[in-house]
Design a protein around this ligand. Structure first.
Ligand SMILES: [Zn+2]
Ligand SMILES: [Zn+2]
Length: 351
């Protein structure tokens, strides 16, 4: 085992501060990674503050990890020292159940092992994430990063990216489709970029008119203000697919009315009870409401390769780790365009 510097919270009330954590020795199938950048996801904050009631402490979050391979185990042939790699939301799964066998490890029947706050099979206790100098991960859960991309802006692709890419890919969004992206935050801004790169006609759907200009810069062809009833009426029954990234409970009925017959709205933001859905909004037009969670390892690699081909990265604000607590406040207030990424040199240089 080795000790590395990390940043984490001692309990649900505490700020994040520097601490020391243990990493396992490199096993035959492992890749040891020097972390260079780590994105800040809203889930990090939920975990640190125990919003979901299942947090283990100390909590060291971070599941949008970019780094450089320092060492590979004796059986690893798919990665080499010095290569730029990524690690997303999971570092293990059972590999035997039906979902695992079908490249859907995120739905592993035995439960995927989260990059943080998961059950550590090697050292016991729980897993520690990317707010740290180094991480050791089984090669199967390590992703290769296309060389032409700006690596710090790739970090958020590992969670925000795959969360939005996977449903657009699964429902085969492409040329000729009219796609609505609801909500413009960390997820929504990636949804616009992907849908645009896939060739769809993209409509940003938001409550905030002031977001229109930015939405167009990101690739939206149109902006629909959801509070404008006339505008909503004009778009009624016209969408082939809706990607709903709103992170909190909200009334989805007005959006269902926007869908064409047989079309789907996929939820990726709000993991909580939603207000009543009127059955008529589903029955009239044979409409679907669906959900989606990140993506499997194979699809995450496909997403990164797609980003390499289409030059898609996240819009980020790079921060030093000692400003992480302020950054959390800003994420909670929706005051970031569109993802914070921690420069991990700032942790290595800390005393
Ligand atoms: Zn995340
Ligand atoms: Zn499994």
């Amino acid at each position: 085992m080795s000790e590395v510097k990390a940043y984490g919270a001692a309990d649900s009330e505490a700020d994040l501060k520097q601490m020391s954590i243990e990493r396992r020795e490199v096993k035959p199938r492992d890749v040891k990674i020097k972390i260079t950048y780590c994105g800040v996801c809203h889930s990090d904050i939920h975990t640190v503050r125990n919003d979901w009631g299942n947090s283990m402490y100390p909590a060291v979050p971070g599941h949008e990890i970019i780094g450089e391979v320092l060492e590979v185990g004796s059986e690893v042939t798919d990665f080499k020292v010095g290569q730029t790699v990524g690690v997303g939301c999971m570092v293990d799964s059972c590999r035997e159940c039906e979902p695992c066998k079908h490249d859907l490890e995120q739905f592993c029947e035995k439960g995927m092992v989260g990059t943080y706050n998961g059950k550590d099979k090697h050292l016991g206790g729980h897993t520690f994430g990317g707010y740290s100098e180094e991480i050791i991960v089984d090669h199967y859960y390590v992703l290769s990063v296309p060389e032409n991309l700006d690596t710090k802006a790739v970090a958020p692709l590992l969670c925000a990216g795959i969360t939005t890419f996977s449903p657009l890919n699964h429902w085969k969004v492409g040329k000729g489709d009219k796609v609505g992206v609801i909500g413009l935050g960390g997820l929504g801004h990636m949804g616009i970029k992907f849908a645009h790169a896939m060739g769809a006609h993209v409509v940003m759907i938001t409550t905030s008119p002031e977001k229109a200009e930015d939405a167009k810069r990101l690739g939206a062809d149109e902006v629909l203000i959801s509070k404008d009833e006339d505008a909503m009426k004009k778009h009624r029954g016209s969408f082939d697919f809706l990607l709903n990234t709103v992170p909190v409970a909200h009334d989805i009925n007005p959006y269902l009315q926007l869908l064409k017959i047989d079309s789907t709205m996929c939820m990726v933001g709000a993991i909580e009870p939603l207000p009543d859905v009127h059955g008529g909004n589903l029955i009239m037009g044979r409409k679907n409401v669906a959900g989606s969670l990140i993506g499997g390892i194979k699809e995450t690699q496909e997403m990164l390769d797609f980003c390499g081909e289409h030059d898609v990265v996240s819009d980020i604000e790079l921060i030093d780790i000692n400003t992480i607590n302020e950054a959390y406040e800003r994420v909670v207030n929706g005051d970031v365009k569109y993802r914070f990424v921690i420069d991990m040199e700032s942790l290595r240089n800390a005393n």
